[in-house]
Design a binder for this molecule. Structure first.
Ligand SMILES: [Mg+2]
Ligand SMILES: [Zn+2]
Length: 179
């Protein structure tokens, strides 16, 4: 049996977008309303997967160890709100490395789905960047775009978005209302 999930981008959705990259634990600042958003997702009992491009690792601006420490804190904070982040999937590569895991590629999503028996059907993607919406479209996820972070950047033609909401919390309210 596979189950629906909520896939979340990180920077610009869960936490404040930093143009010069989140490099330290202190650079990771949750968006206003993030705790309430996790409480809502927890009540929906949907497993959560965070899917994040972290080319700052490949560029040498931060390290895998720091990124992992940030993610341990994030998983703990979500758990305090009753939400279950079952996996945080990270692409550490630079765009020029031509890896398969960098969004909008599907590999990070596929890895989490295989490990946690998740279905695309009935699942959601919440993201700010065009690459998040492209990934969602390719996999058939219901795409919710937020206006925070890179949420005002133009989408390539033909990339569908189910709804655009102000921020992470309003995205979760949309998801809750649709279930
Ligand atoms: Mg983002
Ligand atoms: Zn990669």
């Amino acid at each position: 049996m596979s189950r629906a999930a909520v896939f979340l981008d990180r920077d610009g959705v869960i936490n404040e977008y930093v143009r010069e990259y989140v490099r330290t634990v202190d650079d990771f600042v949750l968006q206003t309303g993030a705790a309430e958003a996790f409480r809502l997702l927890g009540r929906l009992e949907l497993p959560i997967v965070v899917v994040t491009n972290q080319s700052g690792i490949g560029r040498g601006y931060t390290t895998r160890e720091i990124v992992d420490e940030i993610h341990r804190g994030l998983v703990e904070e979500a758990a305090r709100q009753g939400a279950s982040i079952v996996s945080v999937e990270v692409c550490p590569h630079r765009p020029d490395e031509g890896c398969r895991c960098r969004k909008p590629g599907p590999a990070l999503f596929e890895r989490a789905a295989a490990a946690h028996h998740l279905s695309w059907e009935g699942s959601w993607m919440v993201g700010d960047s065009p690459c998040d919406m492209e990934a969602a479209a390719a996999l058939g996820l219901r795409a919710v775009r937020v206006r925070t972070g890179r949420g005002e950047e133009p989408l390539p033609p033909g990339v569908p978005v189910e709804v655009t909401t102000d921020d992470f919390l309003s995205a979760c309210r949309w998801i809750a209302g649709e279930r």
